[in-house]
Write a protein that binds this ligand. Structure first.
Ligand code: DLZ
Length: 207
C-alpha cells in the first residue's frame, strides 16, 4: 500500500473498557474477511480492558440485516444462536453460553467471549460488521446506502453508539487489504474495537 495520510491517529486519551458491555453483530457473507475483522475488533476490545463476559457476538446472514439486528440487540432481544460463530472464528472458540459464566454445551473455552441469551443489561456500544463487495449489478450501491443510513438511524434513535464496521469494497483485494489479510494491509476491525470503547465510555459517563 502506498503512503496515505488517511488513518485514525493514535488516541491521546486512553479509554478504560473494563466497565463496558459491547456487542458485535456481524454478517456472514464474505466470511473469510468477516472472520479477520471480528478477530481484530475483539483483540482491541480485550486490550482495552473489556471483560470476556461482556463481549457478545451475534450473526446475521448479510449486511442488509445489520440495522434491524443491531436495533434488536440494543433492545435486549436475542438475534441468533451463534454456534456458527465458532466455525467462523476457529481458534477463538466463541460459542453459546450464559452471562452467569457457565458456557452452554458446545461453547468455546471459558476464556473466550461468551454469546449470551441477551439479559436485560444495556450495551454501551454495538459494532456492526459487514463486508460488501461490488458486483456487476446495482446491488452493492443499494445495500451500502440502506445499511449506512440504517445503522446511523439505529444509533440516533436508541442513543447507543453503533460503530460502522462495514467495508464497502470495490474489489476482493480492497476487502483483503482492509481486513489486514495482505502484507501491507490494515485490519479495520481493530479501529472499530477502539471506537466502540471510546464511544461507549462517553455513554457510560452520561448514565
Ligand atoms: C445478496 C448479497 C450480495 C449479492 N452480496 C452481499 C455482500 O457482498 N455482502 C453482504 O453482507 N451481503 C450480501 N448479500 C446479502 C444481503 O446483505 C442480504 O442478506 C440479502 O439480500 C437478504 O436480505
Amino acid at each position: 500500500m502506498s503512503h496515505t495520510i488517511k488513518s485514525l491517529p493514535t488516541p491521546t486519551t486512553t479509554f478504560d473498557g473494563s466497565p463496558l458491555r459491547v456487542a458485535i453483530v456481524h454478517a456472514r457473507w464474505n466470511a473469510e474477511v468477516i472472520d479477520a475483522l471480528v478477530k481484530g475488533c475483539v483483540e482491541k476490545l480485550r486490550a482495552s480492558g473489556v471483560k470476556e463476559s461482556n463481549i457478545v457476538i451475534q450473526s446475521v446472514p448479510g449486511a442488509y440485516e445489520l440495522p434491524m439486528a443491531c436495533q434488536k440487540v440494543i433492545a435486549g432481544s436475542h438475534v441468533q444462536a451463534a454456534s456458527n460463530v465458532t466455525d467462523l472464528l476457529g481458534g477463538l472458540s466463541f460459542g453459546g453460553g450464559s452471562r452467569s459464566g457457565t458456557p452452554a454445551p458446545g461453547a468455546g473455552s471459558v476464556a473466550s467471549p461468551v454469546v449470551v441469551n441477551m439479559p436485560n443489561e444495556p450495551f454501551d456500544a454495538v459494532v456492526a460488521v459487514g463486508v460488501l463487495i461490488k458486483g456487476s449489478t446495482m446491488h452493492f450501491e443499494y445495500i451500502s446506502d440502506a445499511v449506512s443510513h440504517g445503522l446511523m438511524k439505529v444509533q440516533l434513535d436508541t442513543g447507543v453508539p453503533v460503530i460502522f464496521g462495514v467495508l464497502t469494497a470495490l474489489t476482493d483485494e480492497q476487502a483483503l487489504e482492509r481486513s489486514g489479510m495482505t502484507p501491507n494491509g490494515h485490519n479495520h476491525g481493530e479501529d472499530w474495537g477502539l471506537a466502540a470503547v471510546e464511544m461507549g465510555s462517553h455513554l457510560v459517563l452520561e448514565r
